[in-house]
Each structure stands twice: as structure tokens, then as C-alpha cells.
Design a protein around this ligand. Structure first.
Ligand SMILES: C[C@H](O)CC(=O)C(=O)O
Ligand code: MN
Length: 341
């Protein structure tokens, strides 16, 4: 495979963070321990562990965690011999206090996540993480909502604050292949630091888009084993590793071990198939944050509505991560017949 970067590809497994959405944040420490142990043994580079909405996300608004994420981070760090434990932090949801605690328990990398046009709110957290000595990465969410020039501008801000890599984050699984190509190419050209890509599979494009990202120079790549992530899940790790292997690109991850983990360890944890169904498809089609799916389905039940109508209206309003309260507002308005469907 032709790649614009000659740096090694390093993968982050997100099933224990993005997958937390799909599991309604009910992950146990025993599950975390087993998954981390097996990922570590398979050669995974980074394993992200925390609430689905990042540090501090366990709230009524985002969903309460069964087990305190700090306990999960500590358990993960105890199991990982080679892999680095990563956490995600959305400034405002998580604070520097939680970051400090996560670091003291063994987290080695933080991804500071903001909406794609709001990189400026990441400055304090990026600086703080660098002072702690953590590997520090910027994560620009809902990347389909900004034109290429804006994305480059925002990524450069994160670079100037000290980020060591910046991700294009396709939170809604809405980016089309040519849009991934132009975004990653522009960042690879404009930044001195590494570029990453995080996909959601709502339009069944996650693996294909990830391959394009790698061709265009992305070297930090996210996957979720068995697609365990929000919406239709992420780039399926074991599938990506297989395809990369077929393309002659060795990422140093043991394929059979990943397959066994997907089948024997993750399979029994998943309460419902993570698939492209009418709900997750609408996420990608309408450009809605993937973690809104289960909240919208719950609201649809409560107000006797079709979740697709709620999601479509949220997409029309260009709602972004952090505006989860809008899901109930929109559902209530639809139920009162205030909005046409
Ligand atoms: C907090 C979000 O779930 C982060 C993420 O994985 C995304 O935007 O996608
Ligand atoms: Mn995600």
C-alpha cells in the first residue's frame, strides 16, 4: 500500500471508551481487566479506558457509569505490560483534576477532544497534560461539520498548544471517502505533528475511510474490536488489521489473538448487535453525533415517536456533542406536534 508517511502506524483500541456508550457505561472492572490483558497480549499500542464521554462523563446527562472510571483506569494500567493506557477528556466535562488523577493511576496518553471549530478551549488541558509528562493528542470531533481550511486552522491551534498529534474525528460517521482524503491530506501537509483518524461505521465506510486516511498520511488510527463503539461502532479493529496485512502493511498486532478476543471475550459482553440499522444509518446520513443514538431511542420510546424523526431534526439543527439535553427537547416538541415530520 502506498503511504504518504513513513512513520509506523500506531493503533488505539477504543472499545472500552467509545464502546462504553453502547454498553450504557455498565462496564465492570473484571471485563476491563480481561480485555486489556488480551489486547496487550495481541500487541495493541494504546487502549483507551474511561466513560464514553471522557473523564467526568458519568452524569445524569451523559449516563452514569456502573464503576468509577478511575477504578477502571487503575485496573487497566495494572494489566497492561506493553500497551499505554489512554483517556479522553472533553474540557468542561472533564477537568485537570480528573486528568491528574487518571495520570497518577497509570494513564500515559490523553486525547483532548473539542468540537471541530472549538480547538481554543483545549489550550489549558493540552498544556497541563504536557506538564504532567503525558503523551498529548488533540481530537477534533464532528469533523464533517467544518470545511478543510477551518479544520487545518483548528488543528494548527492544537499543535501550537503542544499537541503531539491531531485526529480527524468522524463522530457521526458522515464523512465520505473523498472528504476523508482531502482532510487528512491537508493536515499531513500543514502540520509537523502526526495525524490521526477516528471513524464511525454508520454509512459502512469506516474501514475504507481508514485506509484512505492511512494512504494520505495518518499514522494514529482508532479501531474498536467487534465494532464495539457508539452508533454502528468504529472501524472494526480485527477487520482493519486483516486488510492491512493483505495490503502488506504490518502494524505489529496479532490477528488471530484479535479475532479470538472479538469472538470469545467481546461477543458475550455486547447486549445487542452493533450494526447498521435504521437508527445508526440515520446518524451517518443526517450527520448526528453517534453517541446520541441510544439516548434518542430511549426518548422515542418515552414519547411514542420514531427515533429517526428525532435524529433527523437534531441533524437539521446541527446539534453537537455536549448538547444531549436537546434530544429530550426535540422529542417533546415532536410529541406536541410543534414540528412537522
Ligand atoms: C465523546 C465522544 O464520544 C468522542 C468520540 O469518540 C467521537 O466524537 O466520535
Ligand atoms: Mn467515537
Amino acid at each position: 500500500m502506498e503511504r504518504k508517511s513513513n512513520k509506523p502506524i500506531r493503533m488505539t483500541e477504543v472499545c472500552l471508551r467509545d464502546g462504553s456508550h453502547a454498553l450504557r457505561h455498565q462496564i465492570t472492572d473484571a471485563q476491563v481487566r480481561r480485555v486489556v490483558r488480551e489486547l496487550d497480549d495481541a500487541g495493541m499500542h494504546y487502549v483507551e479506558v474511561c466513560h464514553g464521554d471522557g473523564l467526568g462523563g458519568s452524569t445524569l446527562q451523559y449516563g452514569k457509569s456502573l464503576i468509577n472510571e478511575m477504578k477502571l483506569i487503575e485496573a487497566a494500567a495494572m494489566e497492561a505490560k506493553r500497551a499505554s493506557i489512554a483517556v479522553l477528556l472533553i474540557p468542561g466535562i472533564g477537568t485537570v483534576h480528573e486528568l491528574k488523577e487518571a495520570h497518577s493511576l497509570g494513564a500515559g496518553l490523553v486525547r483532548v477532544a473539542t468540537h471541530v471549530t472549538e480547538a481554543d478551549v483545549s489550550a489549558q488541558h493540552i498544556h497541563f497534560a504536557r506538564e504532567l509528562g503525558m503523551e498529548t493528542v488533540g481530537f477534533l470531533m464532528m469533523a464533517h461539520m467544518a470545511p478543510v481550511e477551518k479544520l487545518v486552522e483548528q488543528a494548527k491551534l492544537m499543535e501550537s498548544y503542544g499537541a503531539q498529534a491531531v485526529y480527524v474525528t468522524d463522530s457521526a460517521g458522515a464523512l465520505l471517502p473523498h472528504q476523508v482524503r482531502e482532510r487528512i491530506a491537508a493536515l499531513h501537509e500543514s502540520l509537523k505533528i502526526e495525524v490521526g483518524f477516528h471513524a464511525h461505521n454508520n454509512l459502512s465506510l469506516a474501514v475504507a475511510n481508514t485506509l484512505i486516511a492511512i494512504e494520505e498520511g495518518a499514522t494514529r488510527i482508532d479501531g474498536s474490536v467487534r465494532c464495539l463503539g457508539a452508533g454502528a461502532g468504529n472501524t472494526q479493529t480485527e477487520v482493519l488489521v486483516s486488510v492491512l496485512d493483505r495490503l502488506g502493511c504490518d502494524v505489529g498486532i496479532d490477528l488471530y489473538k484479535m479475532m479470538d478476543l472479538a469472538e470469545d471475550t467481546i461477543g458475550p459482553i455486547i447486549p445487542q448487535p452493533i450494526e447498521i440499522n435504521k437508527g445508526s444509518l440515520v446518524l451517518g446520513y443526517a450527520g448526528v453525533y453517534s453517541s446520541f443514538l441510544l439516548h434518542a431511542q430511549k426518548a422515542a420510546k418515552r414519547f411514542d415517536l420514531d427515533a429517526r424523526d428525532i435524529l433527523t431534526e437534531l441533524g437539521r439543527r446541527k446539534v453537537v456533542g455536549g448538547q444531549e439535553d436537546m434530544i429530550l427537547d426535540v422529542a417533546a416538541e415532536l410529541a406536541k406536534g410543534k414540528l412537522g415530520v
